[in-house]
Design a protein around this ligand. Structure first.
Ligand SMILES: Nc1ncnc2c1ncn2[C@@H]1O[C@H](COP(=O)(O)OP(=O)(O)OP(=O)(O)O)[C@@H](O)[C@H]1O
Ligand SMILES: [Mg+2]
Length: 250
């Protein structure tokens, strides 16, 4: 067994990256796979949403990047395992700026647990800095997470350029999909934007058929430290992420 390492990214904030890693990760784990979720964002929303106090964690992914062994910092949080974030990640760009092979710190750090998981899910921060680049270099599969709003198209162009540049250090990484969140099929704009994304050369046949609808329960669940499946298994958000998991695993 060798883990599929999946990075979920977009430099735009608030598009649903963390919500997707949390709920898709739990859905896949419930389907019987071993899942490690990695919080690469100094905001530590994923850590918090999985029920772990980011101020209370001992070692975090920051220590992993500094060369500490990964086994020490992995937490069992129920359905999935978590590699938590800390606020120190906000200093990563400066901290590691002079480091040789600084783009490969995460790949190296995760190497020893690749055989312990089926899926390693990387929750990227909302920028294209060193941590997102580390995610693209560590990943086997990259997923862009996007809203169906007007600015999504130019934003996806920018992240694509960074993704392409990372292939120099990770030749086999592939763009495995574009996940659309906070989608309302009644809105002409949303339908148009999704169609436009799917017509761009690099995204043809990449947009997931399953769209994640706007659902307030998805926003409430993390404040209870629960995935949507515990919080309200009948919510649209639970139905959508369960459907997304089926498509993801196909
Ligand atoms: N489908 C949805 N319906 C309603 N609210 C959602 C949905 N997806 C995410 N949200 C809410 O929108 C906000 C942003 O989502 P999330 O934190 O997942 O985005 P993000 O891309 O990880 O943000 P950041 O870039 O800041 O890390 C959160 O409050 C979240 O609960
Ligand atoms: Mg996030």
């Amino acid at each position: 067994m060798k883990a599929k390492v999946c990075a979920f990214a977009n430099q735009k904030g608030g598009v649903g990256k963390t919500t997707t890693v949390n709920n898709l990760g739990v859905a896949i784990a419930k389907a019987g796979y071993k899942v490690l979720c990695v919080d690469l964002d100094a905001q530590a929303n994923l850590t918090d949403g999985l029920g772990v106090d980011p101020y209370g964690v001992g070692q975090s992914v920051f220590d992993l990047l500094k060369g500490q062994p990964v086994e020490r910092m992995i937490l069992d949080v129920g359905d999935v395992h978590l590699l938590p974030a800390s606020q120190l990640l906000a200093t990563a760009d400066l901290e590691f700026s002079g480091r040789i092979a600084r783009e490969q710190l995460l790949r190296k750090g995760l190497r020893s647990v690749l055989s312990s998981y089926d899926y390693i899910m990387l929750d990227c921060p909302p920028n294209l800095g060193l941590l997102t680049v580390n995610a693209f270099v560590a990943a086997t599969h990259v997923y862009f997470v996007s809203e169906a709003e007007y600015y999504a198209l130019s934003g996806l162009g920018l992240i694509w350029t960074t993704f392409e540049a990372c292939k120099e250090l990770n030749a086999t990484v592939e763009l495995a999909g574009v996940i659309v969140t906070q989608y309302d099929k009644r809105k002409v704009l949303h339908r148009d934007v999704v169609r436009s994304i799917g017509e761009q050369g690099q995204f043809v046949n990449k947009v997931f058929e399953t769209k994640i609808r706007c659902n307030v329960d998805l926003a409430s669940a993390p404040s209870h430290g629960m995935s949507i499946f515990e919080y309200d298994p009948k919510a649209n958000g639970a139905l959508d992420y369960a459907q997304l998991a089926r498509e993801f695993l196909r």
